[in-house]
Write a protein that binds this ligand. Structure first.
Ligand SMILES: Nc1ncnc2c1ncn2[C@@H]1O[C@H](COP(=O)(O)OP(=O)(O)OP(=O)(O)O)[C@@H](O)[C@H]1O
Ligand SMILES: CC(C)(CO)[C@@H](O)C(=O)[O-]
Ligand code: BAL
Length: 293
C-alpha cells in the first residue's frame, strides 16, 4: 500500500493508474477505523473490479467541527488504521496534515443551501458545509471514478449526492449499508467514548428503529411512529434525545401522514458528551398507494 501525505504524491499515484487505464474508487474516512469502514473498503474493491484500485483517505477535517465540538478529542490511531487498510488490500492511503489540505487563507466553500440547514445541520451548524467542501477537495485531488459513503450518515450521503448532481462532479456515489455491533448499536468511531453504562443503554436506538419498522408495515402514520419512537427513547434515562424525524427517504422533505413512499426515520441522541446518530428506511405498507384516498 502506497502511503501519501501530500496532494502531489497521491495525484502522481492516481495519474499512474489513469495511464494504466485503471478505475479508482475512493473511501474517505476520519480514521479510528472499525468494521463499518472495512465494509466501505469491500464495497470499493467490488466496484473497482479486479483491475481497479482502491484509495482510502484519513483526515479529521477541522472545518466540519463546531467551536464547541469534539475535534481535539476525536479518537485517532493512524498506525492501527494503516495496518487495517493494508490488510484489507487497499492500494493507496492519503493521510495529509491539515496544513497540506487547506491554504491558510482559504476562502472558498461548497454548501447545499437547504439540505445542510435541516436535521443534523441544525444541531451542528456549519457541519455539512465543512463536509461538502472537504469531499469536493478530496474528489478534486484524487479524481476517483467512484466513492463510497456509509448510510449511517444518511444526511451526509444526501448532501454529497446533491452536491455531485448540482455541480456535475463526475464521481459515482455509492451508499453502503450500516454495520452494527452484535447488540444492534451502529458502529461509530465515537462509540469508544461512551461510558460503560451509556454503551449498555445505546442499543435503544436500534430497538426503537426496529419497532418503527413494524409500525410502518402496519400502516401507522408518520406522526404516530415518531411519537412512539420519541417515547421509547425518552424512556431511557441515559438518552438525551436531540431529534427524531421522519422524512421522505429521497428528498428529506418532512412527513406526517400515512407513508405512501419510502421514508427515513432519523435519530440523533446524546449519551453524555457523545452524539450518536442512526436511521432506518421505512417501507410503506403493501398497497399503500392504491388504498390511500
Ligand atoms: N457503522 C457503519 N457502517 C457503515 N459505514 C459507516 C459506519 N460508520 C461510519 N461509516 C461510514 O464511514 C465513513 C467514514 O466515517 P467516519 O470516519 O466519520 O466514521 P464514523 O464511525 O461515522 O465516525 P463518527 O463517530 O465521527 O460518526 C462515512 O462514509 C461513514 O458513513
Ligand atoms: C466524509 C468525511 C470523510 C468528510 O470529512 C466524514 O464526514 C466522514 O468520515 O463521514
Ligand atoms: N461521520 C460524520 C463525521 C462527523 O461526525 O463529523
Amino acid at each position: 500500500m502506497e502511503i501519501c501525505t501530500t496532494k502531489a504524491a497521491i495525484r502522481a499515484q492516481r495519474q499512474d493508474w489513469r495511464n494504466q487505464g485503471r478505475r479508482v474508487v475512493l473511501v474517505p474516512t476520519m480514521g479510528y477505523l472499525h468494521e463499518g469502514h472495512m465494509s466501505l473498503v469491500r464495497a470499493a474493491r467490488a466496484n473497482a473490479g479486479p483491475e481497479g484500485r482502491v484509495i482510502a483517505s484519513i483526515f479529521v477535517n477541522p472545518t466540519q467541527f463546531g467551536a464547541n465540538e469534539d475535534l481535539s478529542t476525536y479518537p485517532r490511531d493512524p498506525e492501527r488504521d494503516t495496518a487495517m487498510l493494508r490488510d484489507a488490500g487497499v492500494d493507496a492511503l492519503f493521510i495529509p496534515e491539515v496544513s497540506e489540505v487547506y491554504a491558510p487563507n482559504a476562502q472558498t466553500i461548497v454548501d447545499t443551501s437547504e439540505l445542510s440547514r435541516i436535521l443534523i445541520g441544525k444541531l451542528r451548524p456549519g457541519h455539512f458545509r465543512g463536509v461538502a467542501t472537504v469531499v469536493t477537495k478530496l474528489f478534486n485531488i484524487i479524481q476517483p471514478e467512484a466513492a463510497c459513503f456509509g448510510e449511517k450518515d444518511y444526511q451526509q450521503l444526501a448532501v454529497i449526492r446533491t452536491m455531485v448532481r448540482d455541480l456535475d462532479i463526475p464521481v459515482d456515489v455509492i451508499g453502503v449499508p450500516t454495520v452494527r455491533e452484535a447488540d444492534g448499536l451502529a458502529m461509530s468511531s465515537r462509540n469508544i467514548r461512551l461510558t460503560p453504562a451509556d454503551r449498555a443503554a445505546a442499543p435503544v436506538l436500534n430497538a426503537a428503529l426496529t419497532e418503527a419498522e413494524a409500525l410502518a408495515a402496519e400502516g401507522t402514520t408518520a406522526s404516530r411512529i415518531r411519537s412512539h419512537v420519541r417515547a421509547r427513547l425518552d424512556g431511557e434515562a441515559r438518552a438525551d434525545v436531540q431529534s427524531v424525524d421522519i422524512r421522505d427517504a429521497e428528498t428529506l422533505a418532512a412527513l406526517s401522514g400515512p407513508l405512501a413512499a419510502p421514508a427515513v426515520l432519523l435519530l440523533a441522541v446524546r449519551f453524555g458528551t457523545v452524539l450518536l446518530i442512526d436511521n432506518r428506511v421505512l417501507a410503506p405498507p403493501p398497497h399503500s398507494k392504491e388504498e390511500s384516498p
